[in-house]
Design a protein around this ligand. Structure first.
Ligand code: EPZ
Length: 430
């Protein structure tokens, strides 16, 4: 199994191209199930999760072709992928596939809307918490779906004439349930109004793509989304928005090591709250024509307290990375996680590098240390693993991160992007 070897101590200088967002690409790909026409997505990142979803969609009858590779510095990236689902050949999403990637549960929305039925495995537990699906079920029931849970599967059926638009207010903000209800409502009879909807940029990206396919959605990006059902959707061409989590991760890496890096093909507006926290920690952040410049010279890292929250709050998907940065601050900081109940798996691993962190409930107290020392560490989930990379970049000596498959789920060419900026990072295959 591959590992990542990091020798810490180098500043980062150069340009890092930011990929298309994984968490936008996945629901956008799933939206291809809603039409018999071709949905073309540009700027799709090359990630293990995307490849896995390609396999899952293939099972349901989606024809997929990859082309239009854009060349940069001799390498292809930002793929253009065509998805065509003339007929849905299977409305079942089996446990073997759904348990590997939670987002594949989201096919329930389009399958139910287009075929009137879906049988989708419950996703099961995952490292960061229990992550139930009650909001999906309640929301689909509000659209008049009949739902039964049987032998680990959710069996959903729509009334004979299709789903029926309704008002539904989420008792808790959920990105996935917002994606699913929005997709399901596009083909429902009548109008659906979703209250307390997720406002994440990826929800807006999906709504914009659905509108390009002929849907009638308004209010995306606010807490109230209105979807007027239409009879059918057509194909469209849509560019996946930049990955705000990758952007924030590299911005934190530069704040950690010091240096001067341009993050290209991204947009500050996608992550205001996180950038503000990085600024307060001592980095200068300015917009450029096509992205963001992050600089930290000389001055040390200041302690900053953060609390994770749904968008526009500080993203839970950047919490581990920010903790990595805070391990070397010149004071005491606190990080409170409010979205997932078990998203502190990185604490024990950061401690192996010399970090001083104590946990009390959902809050971590981080006492900054002046030096971290490289050690073998283990990745436990996607964002936790990249926090270990950030810490390793500023640790003395060698850090070896194992279980790199977590990183490959969400970071495209991480070691190449960092190496080009002067870091000593390499993939070691056993
Ligand atoms: C999305 O997950 C992202 N995944 C996650 O990113 C991200 O951490 C999360 O949103 C929060 O921003 C993708 O977009 C593919 P939620 P999702 O439903 O949609 C609870 C990463 O590292 N909940 O917004 O699954 C849930 O347990 C991943 O890229 C219910 O209680 O998250 C959690 O506490 C990890 N019942 C909270 O809501 C439900 O039916 C928010 O989860 C659904 C969710």
């Amino acid at each position: 199994m591959d590992r990542i070897r990091i020798v810490g101590g180098n500043e980062l200088h150069g340009v890092i191209p930011i990929s298309g967002a994984k968490n936008a690409a996945l629901p956008l790909m799933i939206a291809s199930l809603l039409t018999d026409d071709t949905l073309t997505l540009e700027n799709v990142p090359h990630l293990a999760d995307v490849e896995q979803l390609i396999r899952i969609l293939g099972n349901h009858g989606v024809d997929i072709s990859v082309n239009g590779r854009r060349e940069r510095q001799g390498e292809s990236y930002a793929r253009t992928i065509h998805f065509t689902c003339r007929n849905i050949v299977d409305t079942t999403a089996p446990y073997e596939l759904v348990s590997k990637m939670r987002a594949s549960f989201w096919v329930i929305g389009p399958l139910l809307a287009r075929e009137g039925k879906a049988r989708v495995s419950l996703p099961g537990g995952c490292a960061i918490g229990t992550r139930p699906v009650d909001l999906f079920i309640e929301g689909l029931q509000a659209l008049s779906a009949n739902i039964e849970i049987d032998s680990g599967y959710v069996n959903a059926t729509a009334p004979a004439g299709g789903l029926i638009g309704a008002r539904y207010t989420f008792p808790k903000v959920s990105v996935g349930a917002t994606h699913v209800l929005m997709m399901a409502a596009t083909l429902a009879n009548g109008t659906t109004v979703l209250g307390n909807a997720a406002r994440e940029p990826e929800v807006v990206d999906l709504a914009n793509c659905l509108n390009a396919m002929g849907a009638k959605i308004t209010g995306q990006g606010t807490a109230t989304i209105t979807i007027e059902g239409v009879r059918s959707l057509s194909g469209a061409r849509h560019r996946v928005l930049p990955d705000r989590i990758e952007t924030g991760t590299y911005a934190m890496a530069v704040a950690m090591t010091g240096g001067d890096v341009i993050l290209e093909d991204t947009d500050m507006a996608l992550l205001d709250t996180a950038l503000e926290a990085i600024r307060r920690a001592g980095a200068e952040i300015t917009p450029t024509n096509s992205g963001i410049r992050v600089v930290r010279n000389g001055a040390g890292i200041k302690p900053v307290d953060i609390v994770t929250d749904p968008f526009p709050g500080f993203p839970t998907d950047l919490q581990a990375q920010f903790m990595g940065l805070m391990t070397k601050s010149n004071g005491v900081s606190h990080i409170t996680e409010t979205i997932f109940e078990n998203r502190f798996m990185h604490v024990q691993e950061l401690a192996r590098l010399g970090a001083k962190i104590s946990l009390s409930g959902q809050t971590a107290k981080i006492e900054g240390v002046s030096r971290l020392k490289g050690a073998p560490v283990m990745a436990t989930d996607l964002r936790a693993s990249v926090s270990l990379v950030i810490a390793g970049l500023a640790a003395e000596g060698e850090t070896m991160v194992s279980r790199v498959y977590h990183l490959d789920r969400g970071f495209e060419r991480l070691e190449e992007k960092l190496t080009r900026c002067g870091a000593h990072v390499e993939r070691v295959s056993d």
